[in-house]
Design a protein around this ligand. Sequence first.
Ligand SMILES: NC(=O)c1ccc[n+]([C@@H]2O[C@H](COP(=O)([O-])OP(=O)(O)OC[C@H]3O[C@@H](n4cnc5c(N)ncnc54)[C@H](OP(=O)(O)O)[C@@H]3O)[C@@H](O)[C@H]2O)c1
Length: 325
Amino acid sequence: MQAWVVSDYGDYHDVMQWGEFETPQPGPGEALVKVAASGVSFALVLRIAGQYQIKDPLPFVPGTDVAGEVVAVGEDCPYQVGERVAGTAGRGGFAEYAILPGDITYRLPEGMPDTDGVAMLNAYQTSYIGLKHHGRVGKGDYLLVHGAAGALGLAAVQLGKHMGATVIATASSAEKLDACKRHGADHLINYSTDDFVEAVQDVSKGHGADVIYDPVGGDVFDASRRCIAFRGRLVIVGFTSGRIPEIATNRMLLRCFAVDGFTLHGYRQHQPHLLEEGQAELFRLYREHGLRPAIHEVMPIGELARAFELIQNRKTIGKIVLVPG
Ligand SMILES: NC(=O)c1ccc[n+]([C@@H]2O[C@H](COP(=O)([O-])OP(=O)(O)OC[C@H]3O[C@@H](n4cnc5c(N)ncnc54)[C@H](OP(=O)(O)O)[C@@H]3O)[C@@H](O)[C@H]2O)c1
């Protein structure tokens, strides 16, 4: 089969080539899928560079989120040939064929395009788990979403609205904030020009944010402590700013708030049933409430390097999805 093959760790411009790679065979519980769409994320740049917590054995095919049709199955696989599914592979997604494990793979609802299916995996699962199980977002809560025009951010804006929160979105440009508004944000703050702490206190009339969803970290995390409500939940999901912040626990004690972090990987290992429940709810919202994933661009798989460049240069609004061709 044809695939993006990484021959050494390094800059993706140098070490990644489109070429032949052996078609994988499904083992017990696995499905071989003809890839119709795959999702792009920044973590893959780090994996290709060999700078991620997971070290892929060389040579390897990058790509984790995949949607497509099952063409072969291993023993005891819960799916059948011909079914359309979406799921998360360990690696191997940027190829003509990929292996999906049966347990963290989902049947696509009738009529859902593969591109929507793949866009509703990682970003929507993360934001759903983060808001429901860590932020415990409820009706009437003030939810502050940082980096709100990113893939996770826009998912959090949409899901926060479905959960009944008043959503306050931060982003670095007017264009990004427009996208947040279109996806349901109630209040918009340009955190590259304005003091978001003051703006949150104004919007919430001094109450503060009950839940803060933070994929950015660094200075944004530090300042967030000054606009969190009594018994607020500050949910850590990532560090796109490039700095992992630290916090003195006495601040949490004195201001009475919680800091709570998680990874989807942790859920895959320890509580996969919550991912399954979450994905079922996301697909229900898609079918019954018109939830649609925020997609920046659908591009041919040959343009993977351009997709990485856009993400690295902070130019995307929502998710990039690749399709064959
Ligand atoms: N915990 C988990 O299980 C989990 C799962 C998936 C992803 N993640 C992590 O969550 C983070 C966000 O993922 P994503 O897919 O939403 O990324 P994304 O689409 O690239 O969005 C990230 C946002 O971060 C903001 N940002 C602030 N400073 C930045 C900087 N120096 N460089 C780049 N962006 C910057 C950007 O918004 P502005 O320009 O508006 O500031 C951007 O829109 C990543 O770190 C990812 O690894 C965690």
